[in-house]
Design a protein around this ligand. Structure first.
Ligand code: X90
Length: 276
């Protein structure tokens, strides 16, 4: 029996070792250039184009057909997508799931709306992989991943919300308050799956400390942490240092944001997925 793990490219994953895995790519559109967020994306070229292009830029979610392809004829498909509050991705995945099971009634598909993205999505996919390797039954896996997702969270530090505002995903007033040089916004994915700014911080050092404090207030006490950054490894390393100082032996990984997350987090942006 073939079990396929699926997500979209906002999870920043290109593979999951020892599993059948696929990632449905979103797209970043810069004038008449289109960057498909798959394993071949040239991130440096994308950031350069974004910097120099003065016109409108946008993103697009994978189509129903992209999702169909991601299912790869598997008998069981398990996955999670970026928040349905900010993208049509989940909706397209659901339509694909319906078409797929109509055409093959013996096959099963479950896709979770993560109400989040990036490294929280990564944690959810890692957990699905664990459930699959433990041989857990399909229905139990669906329940267990929903339960697990109540213990995962996403926080961020962003230096600009310009691309969010340009695409109507936060109000221009909110974006403007952040666009001041040296100000970072620290916030979280809300329970509704939207961007919730919480604090304005002056300088990176205070943003790191604030993010750490917010995680502790939210109940973090040594669970798994996944940090992704857009050209800001320094922030990620410093946060990791603070966390490891308080909680020794915690499982923390750091890697780069890929296309979709890099577009919205912009230069210097950091995302943190963590368990409570
Ligand atoms: O369908 C599309 O074109 C994609 C739209 C995606 C919009 C949201 C991207 C978020 C990227 C920023 C993280 C902070 C916000 C978290 C809220 C859930 C990363």
């Amino acid at each position: 029996m073939k079990i396929q793990l699926v997500t979209d490219s906002s999870a920043n994953l290109t593979q999951m070792v020892h599993s059948h895995f696929s990632s449905a790519p979103l797209k970043v559109i810069v004038g008449n250039e289109e960057f498909t967020d798959d394993e071949t994306i040239d991130l440096a070229a994308m950031m350069q184009s974004l910097k120099s292009y003065k016109g409108k830029t946008s993103t697009a979610c994978p189509s129903v057909e992209d999702w169909m392809n991601a299912f790869e004829d598997a008998d069981v498909v398990l996955g999670a997508t970026i928040t349905s509050a900010l993208s049509g991705c989940y909706n397209c995945a659901l339509i694909a799931a319906e078409d797929y099971t109509l055409a093959h009634p013996e096959k099963k598909v479950f896709i979770l709306d993560s109400l989040s993205t990036g490294p929280e999505l990564e944690l959810l996919m890692e957990k699905l992989q664990e459930f699959v390797s433990s041989g857990m039954a399909f229905v139990d896996t669906c329940d267990a991943i929903k339960e697990y997702s109540t213990h995962t969270h996403l926080m961020f530090s962003l230096e600009s919300l310009e691309n969010f505002a340009k695409n109507g995903r936060v109000s221009p007033a909110v974006a403007k308050a952040i666009g001041i040089l040296g100000i970072r916004v620290v916030g979280k994915a809300s329970d509704q799956g939207t961007l919730e700014p919480m604090h304005k911080c002056r300088g990176e050092k205070s943003a790191i400390q604030r993010l750490f404090d917010c995680m502790i207030e939210a109940g973090y006490c040594g669970g798994k942490v996944r940090i992704t950054h857009t050209n800001n490894e320094k922030f990620a390393n410093e946060l990791k240092r603070l966390l490891s100082e308080r909680f020794s032996d915690c499982d923390i990984s750091i890697h780069e944001n890929r296309g979709l997350c890099a577009y919205y987090t912009e230069e210097g942006g950091v995302l943190v997925g963590y368990e409570t």
